[in-house]
Design a protein around this ligand. Structure first.
Ligand code: FAD
Length: 395
């Protein structure tokens, strides 16, 4: 493993860093506090930042040049993420489209689908969500029940999807649905693209434990979807969905630097008092934070191992599941420790007057649960590691 970046990568870093310095307004930089993505002005701020990156040629850098990307190497993608994090850049708005839908369409889409849908993803002209999970089928995704009946030149869809992030702002959704109820469960599925404005589509927001409404339940009642929006072959949608999931897991497992969270915890420990002196002066507190730092470092090297495999063109190894499990679990424990440091002050809600750091810690602790569930729960990751890595019998 070589930890050094090449001169070309460093030149790439300098170019992007200098662009960020010129183009990211000071007051757009994250001050370390969470902002409510459901707030319309916050959404528009993120969209404006997204457009700025796009106009500057810094959006979708990992996409091939023919689709408007830069064809950036894996190491350049790492440099790009590091620089965004360093500059405290705000999030962008079409994450599902860019990370999952676009790459899936590049692999499976017809020439017409590629031409119609892909170009509108990078500039966020069309926002995407993905309709996979259902009220009774999340981990066991292949058992989805939403039905699409073949009516010649179109399908008629009935059913419901749940936990659909961003459906309330989306123009289109991917949809994994059952087209052959008599076939074995993985073989009777198809993958459709649904215009969210089609009559019969209803989006109902679901309020999360943090109070935010980023999730939704989406209902499909006799929704007409043209056959031209079928991706891959009818009844072979599982393969398309797996491509989609592969991009999803790579992204979720891709976080490399948990030390950012550890450092913020350290800052908190230096700010709050315990037994009349800064909590940081308590050796128990320092030991706990030191242990978190060790785990964060170990995860960083695991992510480098994952990267090395990818650079060598090898099949994805167990590192993806280990990273997903390790980062989400460590994050949750860090946020819970912040609650311990804050004591009774941990009860202050987000943005309430008198709260330490405007209540961001309670918000973060509640939000940390998301990472342990999304893109395959931590229990499922344990199963994967147990069965596929350690060779344990199936549970
Ligand atoms: C932040 C976030 C964003 C999301 N965004 C989307 C989205 O945009 N689109 C979308 O389609 N979905 C989305 N989801 C849904 C997500 O993919 C599912 O929540 C997840 O796959 C789990 O499915 P489930 O909620 O149905 O839980 P279930 O599968 O019902 O599981 C319930 C519990 O049982 C455990 N369990 C289930 N099976 C096993 C097993 N075999 N062995 C051991 N334990 C098991 C699980 O770990 C869990 O604790 C999102 C979820 C979150 C948290």
């Amino acid at each position: 493993m070589d930890f050094k970046f090449s001169e070309a990568d460093e030149a790439f870093r300098r170019e992007f860093r200098s662009w960020l310095e010129k183009n990211l307004p000071r007051d757009w930089r994250s001050d370390g506090e969470e902002r409510d993505p459901d707030d319309r002005s916050e959404f528009e701020r993120r969209r404006a930042w997204h457009r700025k990156l796009y106009d500057g040629g810094w959006m979708c850098i990992h996409w091939p040049k023919e689709y408007g990307g830069r064809g950036a190497t894996l190491l350049q993608q790492l440099v790009y993420s590091q620089e965004l994090e360093r500059a405290k850049a705000p999030p962008t708005v079409n994450f599902q489209g860019i990370a999952r839908v676009g790459p899936t369409l590049m692999q499976w889409g017809t020439p017409e689908q590629k031409m119609r849908f892909i170009p509108k993803i990078p500039p966020a002209e069309e926002i995407w969500c993905q309709g996979l999970s259902e009220p009774n089928h999340g981990s066991d995704l292949a058992a989805v029940e939403t039905r699409a009946v073949d009516e010649g030149d179109h399908f008629i869809v009935n059913g419901s999807k749940i936990w659909t992030s961003n459906a309330h702002v989306a123009d289109f959704s991917t949809l994994l649905c059952r087209t052959d109820p008599d076939a074995p469960k993985h073989r009777g599925l198809s993958y459709l693209l649904v215009d969210m404005k089609t009559p019969g589509v209803t989006v109902r927001p679901l309020v999360q434990i943090t109070g935010e409404k980023g999730f939704n339940q989406v209902f499909f009642e006799d929704v007409r979807v043209p056959k031209t929006n079928l991706v891959g072959q009818k009844n072979q949608g599982w393969m398309v969905a797996m491509t989609n999931m592969m991009f999803e897991r790579t992204i979720h497992g891709g976080r490399t630097d948990m030390m950012v969270e550890v450092r913020q915890l350290e800052e908190l420990a230096r700010t709050v008092y315990r037994d009349g002196r800064p909590a940081w002066e308590d050796s128990y507190v320092r030991q706990c934070i030191g242990a978190f730092a060790c785990e964060a470092e170990a995860l960083k090297y695991t992510s480098y191992r994952q990267l090395t495999r990818q650079l060598k063109g090898l099949q994805p190894g167990p590192e993806g599941s280990v990273m997903k499990l390790g980062t989400s679990d460590l994050n949750l424990r860090i946020q819970k420790f912040a609650m311990e440091l804050l004591g009774p002050y941990s009860q202050f809600e987000y943005m309430s007057t008198g709260a330490v750091d405007r209540g961001k810690w309670l918000h973060r602790m509640l939000a940390a649960r998301r990472g342990t569930i999304a893109a395959g729960t931590n229990e499922i990751q344990h199963n994967i590691i147990g069965e596929r890595v350690l060779g344990l019998p199936k549970g």
